[in-house]
Design a binder for this molecule. Structure first.
Ligand SMILES: Nc1ncnc2c1ncn2[C@@H]1O[C@H](COP(=O)(O)OP(=O)(O)OP(=O)(O)O)[C@@H](O)[C@H]1O
Ligand SMILES: [Mg+2]
Length: 264
């Protein structure tokens, strides 16, 4: 028996009206089903609609057609169902690390002192111990991302959307963050949907990869990643891993367009 999906997009189309009055089709019939507790990635060239999908799942955008279903219920245009780390998520510079991390809890109505007490052990457990009273400006890029991720993950929701969380980090920091994210995903048993431009990162992290194409934005392939967990780094050297990576790169047109670095 198949478990029902945690998140589903059914025939989602989205058209933007541009300032010159023309209509731009950003999503052209996207069907996606994400199983509970899985780690799923979306990869695709810049502009193929990855962030638009996230905005639709988060309820920040109501698609022109189609529905978003969460836990079997129509959640189209409904906010507050998912934790969402935006592509350019920033910590508030005037709040300490701890007070940034509790933002989601505060929004949910927790008192500041309760929220701080709840969050502090996590901060220690996930490598930010001793920095709780520091301000974001005094942290390294990797630590800032860690704090932003922790803020998203502590938000009391079973589904987490992460839009290129490691895009700006150097390779070494990025590797550490990937392992950290896998650990936290296993600890919290969340359903994670992850956007990246890095095919290797998608293969290393995911159970399933959805490959998208642009103009119009759509899903062109869905690949299972049947690699065992926990995943040692050396897995990237195996032929099994390479085969999945090569398949993704082929679907992306050898990855050339997938590495477009311009940020919208
Ligand atoms: N508010 C808007 N008005 C008009 N067009 C938009 C709007 N938001 C997004 N678009 C267009 O929709 C398309 C999809 O955008 P989206 O941000 O979802 O792409 P993406 O896959 O996340 O790209 P990237 O990898 O660069 O983040 C792009 O061509 C973008 O220019
Ligand atoms: Mg985007």
């Amino acid at each position: 028996m198949r478990t029902p999906p945690k998140v589903e997009l059914r025939a989602v189309h989205h058209r933007f009206l541009r300032p010159d009055g023309s209509v731009f089709t950003a999503l052209d019939g996207v069907d996606l089903a994400v199983a509970p507790g899985t780690f799923v990635s979306l990869i695709g060239p810049s502009g193929c609609g990855k962030s638009t999908i996230f905005n639709a799942v988060a309820g920040l955008l109501t698609p022109s057609d189609g529905v978003v279903v969460i836990d079997g219920q129509d959640a189209t245009g409904t906010i507050g169902r998912v934790g969402y780390m935006l592509q350019k998520d920033l910590l508030l510079p005037w709040r300490t690390v701890l007070d940034n991390i509790i933002l989601g809890l505060e929004i949910r109505g927790a008192s500041v002192s309760e929220a701080r007490a709840y969050a502090l052990p996590y901060l220690h457990r996930y490598g930010l111990g001793g920095f709780e009273n520091a301000y974001p400006a005094s942290l390294s890029g990797g630590m800032r991302q860690r704090a932003a991720l922790l803020r998203t993950l502590l938000f009391d929701s079973e589904i987490v959307l992460l839009d290129e969380p490691f895009g700006a980090l150097d390779a070494q920091t990025r590797g550490r963050m990937q392992e950290w994210l896998l650990q936290i995903w296993q600890d919290f048993r969340k359903t994670v949907i992850f956007v990246t431009h890095d095919v290797e990162e998608a293969v290393y992290l995911s159970d399933v990869i959805h490959v998208m194409a642009a103009r119009p934005g759509r899903v062109v392939a869905t690949l299972e990643v049947p690699l065992r967990r926990p995943r040692p780094r050396s897995l990237a050297l195996t032929s099994e891993f390479s085969a999945i990576r090569e398949r993704c790169l082929d679907l992306l047109g050898h990855g050339a367009s997938a590495h477009a670095e311009e940020e919208a």
